[in-house]
Design a protein around this ligand. Structure first.
Ligand SMILES: [Zn+2]
Length: 303
């Protein structure tokens, strides 16, 4: 998909469903293009790939169903490589040839999650320009900004994501995790689609590409959680098997030491109480009610 203004300006890419069961981006891209028909682009170009992983989409799987590869860990790709690498190479070449100012790759998380924007690890001095620009744009998007990095191995892995590999090629890129629509069922929630659309439209407005559109976020986050990069954590994990009672909701602010979930056995005996390790914003909780040792139940954004 593409929309071009006669006036030159920024080049934007919107991409969706690189994970085949995360369909929110498809709706958000449709909404943006629908709105652009009523409120024309003032300058620049917007391109979109709404569905990057059609095989995963049809099979309701995150990866490429046939080969079980994660397309979002296959960039920048290889046109002689595996199936995922070939698809990745095609996408990557298409995007980079247009010399984008920013690429926004839209994902979903657990059903019980608020929208947030993820900034990849700093790609180093050679690609500083792209990283600084991505950071600036992340703040204009108005959602909580998360650095998901938890260890060095993960950092290496993220370099093969679409946004990570673009940054390593000095192209600004961000990953938007726009609320629920994930593994349990591919249902995208209307309020998350609205918030994702608003976030992108606000960035386009900042870039002078569109007229402002008055709307409020459905998920209101306190300012002190919006004006800095937050650290992602899913600690503490569960250490017991049992039935989970969640004590917090996505978007809630919790204090260090505050109970966030309890695990009971089938007879109702309390086995474990999980508490927040830091003052944090609850990004979301798992979509299941049965825990096991090591289960990641809650995602925290630590201030
Ligand atoms: Zn994803």
């Amino acid at each position: 998909m593409e929309i071009k203004s006669l006036k030159s300006g920024p080049v934007i890419w919107l991409t969706g469903a690189v994970h085949g069961d995360e369909i929110g981006g498809i709706f958000i891209i449709q909404e943006i293009f629908k709105r652009l028909r009523k409120s024309p682009l003032l300058k620049g170009k917007i391109y979109a790939f709404p569905l990057m992983n059609p095989v995963g989409f049809e099979n309701v799987t995150r990866g490429i169903a046939i080969t079980e590869e994660d397309l979002n860990r296959s960039f920048p790709g290889d046109k002689e490589g595996t199936l995922a690498e070939r698809i990745a190479a095609k996408i990557f070449t298409n995007i980079t040839e247009s010399k984008p100012d920013i690429v926004l790759d839209i994902h979903n998380d657990w059903l019980n999650t608020i929208p947030w924007v993820e900034i990849d690890p700093n790609p180093g001095p050679k690609n500083k320009r792209a990283y600084e620009k991505a950071k600036l744009y992340a703040f204009k998007i108005g959602l909580p900004i998360i650095n998901e990095l938890e260890d060095a191995a993960q950092a290496l892995n993220l370099q093969r994501s679409l946004s990570g590999s673009l940054l390593l090629n000095n192209i600004p890129a961000l990953t938007l995790e726009v609320g629920g629509a994930s593994t349990v069922s591919s249902i995208a929630r209307e309020k998350d689609i609205q918030d994702g659309t608003k976030a992108i439209w606000d960035l386009l407005t900042f870039l002078g590409m569109v007229k402002p559109y008055k709307a409020e976020f459905n998920n209101q986050i306190p300012d002190n959680y919006k004006n800095k990069i937050l650290r992602y954590s899913h600690q503490p994990d569960a250490s017991k098997s049992g039935i989970i009672k969640y004590l917090v909701k996505p978007g809630q602010i919790v204090k260090k030491g505050q109970p966030v979930a309890k695990i009971y056995n089938v007879f109702g005996k309390l086995l474990e109480t999980l508490t927040s390790q830091e003052n944090s914003l609850i990004l979301g909780h798992w979509d299941y009610s049965v825990s096991y040792p090591g289960a990641e139940l809650i995602s925290f954004a630590i201030i």
